[in-house]
Ligand binder design. Structure first.
Ligand code: ZN
Length: 217
């Protein structure tokens, strides 16, 4: 067999080092290396170079992987933070709606004592009285036009009693129109009635002698 040219061997050395040559080529290269010092030297140099290259590329890959890991971890944290914030907001809104609904639905009956009714004006047409109730409230009335007796009671939701009263602390005035009624009574929850106002006897007689068919007010 002819002696193989050193250039040819040196050309295929990288492939040989990478171990991607056929067994025949491998044999040829090894045989040549045993007898050629120059090629041996080139072989060692190339091998060292290739190994260094591989090391560097491995390091680069590793550090880029680390950077990617850190990046995706930050992304994950950010996502989780946003999720936590959104969940907190949702929980707060749900709690608020629940509390608001409960406090609005839960209506308490205001007793005559707590209503704190005071008559503030009494002229020939009307009587005005105010209550001592804090916040907004609703009232329920019923007028018996035959007897001229108006019954009334006040109610307030928990929301009105404890929350909205902070924002709307106004005095509540009620009017009694003398042409419509001669007596107004407050009805407590247990049915107890307390007279808020009553017309003098002559006015009561006059009222009862008339027919009351015209609209109220
Ligand atoms: Zn050689």
């Amino acid at each position: 067999m002819e002696k193989i040219n050193c250039n040819v061997i040196q050309d295929i050395l990288p492939l040989y080092i990478d171990d991607v040559v056929s067994d025949d080529t491998k044999e040829l290269v090894e045989e040549h290396l045993q007898n050629c010092e120059i090629c041996q030297r080139v072989y060692h140099e190339t091998k060292t170079d290739l190994e260094n290259d591989m090391k560097i590329s491995a390091q680069t890959k590793e550090s880029s992987n680390e950077a990617n890991d850190l990046k995706s971890f930050r992304k994950f944290l950010k996502k989780r933070k946003i999720k936590t914030i959104l969940l907190s907001i949702a929980a707060t809104v749900i709690c608020f709606v629940a509390v608001f609904t409960f406090m609005n639905k839960h209506v308490t009956y205001i007793s005559y004592k707590d209503a704190g009714i005071t008559i503030v004006e009494d002229n020939k047409d009307e009587v005005k009285y105010k209550t001592n109730i804090k916040g907004n409230y609703r009232w329920s009335t019923s007028l018996d036009r035959k007897t001229g007796v108006m019954t009334i009671h006040f109610e307030q939701s928990l929301w009105e009693k404890y929350v909205s009263c902070i924002f709307y602390p106004y005095d509540n005035l009620h009017e009694i129109l003398k042409k419509d009624e001669i007596k107004e009574v407050y009805v407590d929850k247990d049915g107890t009635t307390t007279t808020i106002w009553e017309a003098p006897e002559e006015e009561q007689k006059a009222y009862l002698s008339e027919e009351h068919t015209e609209p109220l007010g």
